[in-house]
Design a protein around this ligand. Structure first.
Ligand SMILES: [Zn+2]
Length: 259
């Protein structure tokens, strides 16, 4: 992966967001590879595609690119809210590539990708509607809450100016590949709750009762359309056990985190 930027593609542009767009799109078109399969190249979308910027012609993975010349904070403003929530509900959210570059270094310094299957209502925040006099009246944006993602919900491709081996990157991606296509972001949401519980209790073991007590109402409020939250939680435990993240210790609702 060649980390150098071609600054000439932004010549003549004055608007900082246009410059960022030109530089990062040019770089990504030349260098971004598919994390979900072994394809070394992604196709750029025609301009103005609402949900995605790049696609993989081998596996169909879709990517949205967000580039800037400073580190990403815990909350990143992003595309239209309702479109994104519909995609999550259908298990079709694109993957999000976050690219940081440096003009003085003329290079990409950091790049990480959040797999679409890690998006859920826990990490997507609704922004206020644009006001009446705004050009896009009624348009509702969203924020991606990077700070709420579990560690495995962000895969580093370039870290502190060094690109990682694609084999390693794709291995990391594949470990949670079983979440792909799961509707509503439930499995990812329950997984991030488990990570919180792990941190809070300093233990790999937990019971379904502890889990309900700590997260049931939180999950119910985030998935307002779902009435039987406990059943939904148990179903996600099965998904995570199948994916090799959990073990059923016994039949009375005791679990152990193994990955
Ligand atoms: Zn692919």
């Amino acid at each position: 992966m060649d980390l150098r930027l071609d600054l000439t593609v932004a010549e003549g542009y004055k608007n900082p967001s246009q410059i960022a767009r030109r530089l990062t799109e040019d770089w990504a078109t030349r260098n971004l590879y598919c994390l979900a399969c072994t394809s070394a190249h992604l196709d750029a979308a025609r301009a103005n595609t609402a949900v995605w910027d790049y696609s993989c012609s081998s596996c169909g993975a879709l990517y949205q690119l967000k580039g800037q010349n400073k580190p990403f904070g815990r909350r990143v403003s992003n595309s239209e809210y309702h479109t994104k929530m519909r995609a999550i509900a259908a298990g079709r959210a694109p993957h999000y590539a976050f690219l940081q570059y440096s003009i003085p270094a003329e290079a990409v310094t950091d790049l990480f990708v959040v797999p679409g299957h890690f998006l859920s209502s826990a990490v997507v925040e609704r922004r206020a509607e644009l006001s009446a006099d705004a050009q896009r009246k009624g348009w509702v944006g969203s924020n991606i809450l990077l700070g709420q993602l579990p560690e495995e919900g962000r895969v580093d491709v370039v870290k502190a100016g060094v690109s990682r081996s694609p084999v390693q990157v794709r291995d990391e991606w594949q470990r949670y590949g079983f979440l792909a296509g799961k509707k509503g972001g439930w499995a990812a949401d329950v997984l991030s709750c488990i990570r919180v519980l792990e941190r809070e209790t300093q233990s790999k073991d937990f019971t379904l009762r502890n889990f309900y007590a700590r997260f049931e109402s939180e999950l119910a409020s985030r998935h307002a359309d779902n009435r039987n939250v406990q059943a939904k939680i148990r179903q996600q435990m099965q998904v995570l056990a199948k994916g090799g993240v959990l073990l059923f210790v016994d039949r009375r609702g005791r679990y152990r985190v193994v990955a």
